[in-house]
Design a protein around this ligand. Structure first.
Ligand SMILES: [Zn+2]
Length: 246
């Protein structure tokens, strides 16, 4: 029978060694009912601290200091800036807690927002799901990020290109970046630049869902620009009137 090739992967998985390997293997041998996600956070288990540090040290380098969900680069050595991230949450599926392909590091905001949200098509999976299509969203190991999401950095826009990208934006709350921008006071030049970059994006985008998202963002920006120009016009008239009346 032909051997099934290993799935294509985009991230080098961690390889446990020495006493950490023994620790992981002894957990994996437990019956399912004895595997508890809270072991991860136990403070009286020195080996757990060592495993967590080993995982963070590995993925920080493997990911080139980038969050796999929002792609922010955090060039900080201190592990406190990173969260060890269980792609399938450890609270819902503790049996995958040490599975190297279920692990990565992420920024604290993405981890907190993602929390225990569902990422699997079939929540009742017993064996580890190792195919890209087993997942609802872009998986750091199994999907090539930019095939599924475009980022327009000038404006903090995450534009999904596929269903997996749409789910990633939802599950990790990536709209938080554009909301942050929405609170800023834009000047006309900034709005112009953003509309221009969205226009370039629109020209090269074929997917109907992504095109609608881009056009809606362009409309919002233009409305905002027109609104500000109108206010400025009215304000100038009122000031001129006040001066002539005074
Ligand atoms: Zn992130």
């Amino acid at each position: 029978m032909a051997k099934v090739p290993p799935p294509e992967c985009f991230l080098m998985p961690v390889v446990y060694v020495g006493k950490l390997k023994e620790k992981v293997e002894s957990f994996n041998k437990l019956p399912l009912s004895s595997k508890k996600g809270k072991l991860w956070d136990s403070t009286d288990d020195g080996d757990m601290e060592d495993v967590k540090k080993f995982i963070k040290d590995h993925y920080k380098i493997a990911q080139n200091y980038r969050c796999p969900y929002c792609q922010q680069k955090i060039e900080v050595e201190h592990n406190g800036s990173w969260d060890a991230e269980h792609i399938i949450p450890k609270d819902t599926h503790p049996q995958f807690m040490f599975e190297p392909r279920n692990l990565c590091v992420s920024c604290k905001d993405c981890n907190l927002i993602k929390l225990n949200k569902r990422v699997l098509k079939n929540q009742k999976r017993v064996t580890f799901p190792d195919a890209a299509d087993d997942y609802l969203f872009c998986h750091p190991h199994y999907h090539s990020y930019f095939d599924h999401v475009n980022i327009i950095e000038e404006a903090g826009f995450y534009l999904p290109k596929t269903r997996h990208g749409v789910h990633l934006v939802e599950i990790c709350g990536l709209l938080r970046f554009v909301l942050k921008y929405a609170d800023c006071e834009w000047d006309d030049d900034q709005i112009c630049l953003q509309v221009q970059s969205l226009g370039d994006e629109l020209v090269s985008t074929k997917e109907p869902e992504a095109r609608i998202a881009i056009m809606s963002m362009m409309k919002t920006l233009l409305d905002d620009g027109i609104r500000k120009a109108t206010y400025a016009g009215i304000k100038a008239r009122v000031e001129r009137f006040a001066m002539s009346a005074g």
